[in-house]
Design a protein around this ligand. Structure first.
Ligand code: URA
Length: 214
C-alpha cells in the first residue's frame, strides 16, 4: 500500500484524511470515512462471511473493503440484510453499523421491491391475499405486501417492508405458488443501477443515499 505516493511501512501511522490518496496493490483508492456500496448480486453466491455451499458475495469485493479497520463497530463492509443464494439483484453493503441497523429494522419500513417469477399463474385472488396478508409457518401474525402488481401471468412486482427469512418464497408458497426466480430491483427510492453488470459493485453517492429513505 502506498499513501500520498509513499510506500506505507507503519501499520499505526496517522494521516490527515483531507485529500488523502492511497493505493492498494497498485489500484488507486480515495479515502471515505464510511463505505456504502451497491452490488449487483449474481445467483450462486451466499450473503455470508462463512459460506457453506456457494462462494461468498464478499469474494466479489476487493480486500480493502472487506477487511478495512474502522472506528465503527463492524470490521469491513457487511451486507444490509441477506439475499438467498439464488436471488439476484441489489444488495447494499456498508461498514456503518447505524446505517445497517436502520435499514434492517422493520420499524423504519424501508420498502424493498422484488421481481418475482412464479411457476404458476398469479391470479387476482393471490394478489389480493398477498396484499391483505398471509400467515407464514413460524409466525401467527400475517405478513402483507405493501404493493403487488402483475407484470404478466407468471411475473409480479412485490414490495415488502420486512425482511423475514425467505419471505417472498414463503409468501408465494402460502398462496399455493412457487418462486422460480427472484430479483431485487429497488430499495426505498433507489433502483439497481442498470449499468452495473452482475457481480460488480459501485459506491453509493450522497444522492443514492438520500433516495433510499426518500
Ligand atoms: N425473500 C426471499 O424469499 N428470498 C430473498 O432472497 C429475499 C426475499
Amino acid at each position: 500500500m502506498s499513501i500520498n505516493g509513499e510506500i506505507a511501512r507503519k501499520a499505526d501511522a496517522e494521516f490527515a484524511t483531507d485529500d488523502l490518496k492511497f493505493s492498494v496493490d497498485g489500484a488507486a483508492w480515495g479515502f471515505v470515512e464510511r463505505a456504502y456500496l451497491m452490488l449487483n448480486k449474481p445467483a450462486g453466491y451466499e450473503c455470508s462471511q462463512a459460506p457453506k455451499h456457494w462462494p461468498s458475495v464478499y469474494s466479489l469485493l476487493p480486500t480493502p473493503l472487506t477487511t478495512r479497520p474502522t472506528k465503527s463497530s463492524v470490521n469491513g463492509v457487511q451486507a444490509v440484510g441477506r439475499l438467498d443464494q439464488d436471488t439476484t439483484g441489489m444488495l447494499l453493503l456498508s461498514d456503518d453499523g447505524q446505517f445497517i441497523h436502520h435499514m434492517a429494522s422493520p420499524k423504519h419500513h424501508v420498502p424493498k421491491m422484488y421481481v418475482v417469477t412464479t411457476k404458476h399463474a398469479v391470479d387476482d385472488a393471490a394478489i389480493s391475499a398477498l396484499l391483505a396478508g398471509v400467515v407464514l409457518n413460524d409466525d401467527p401474525e400475517a405478513v402483507a405486501a405493501v404493493a403487488c402488481e402483475r407484470v404478466n401471468e407468471t411475473q409480479i412486482h412485490l414490495t415488502l417492508t420486512e425482511g423475514k427469512y425467505h419471505q417472498v418464497k414463503r409468501m408465494l408458497a402460502a398462496v399455493g405458488n412457487r418462486v422460480e426466480a427472484l430479483h431485487r430491483s429497488q430499495i426505498g427510492g433507489l433502483k439497481l443501477d442498470p449499468d452495473l453488470a452482475e457481480g460488480r459493485w459501485r459506491w453509493l453517492t450522497a444522492d443514492d443515499l438520500a433516495k433510499i429513505n426518500g
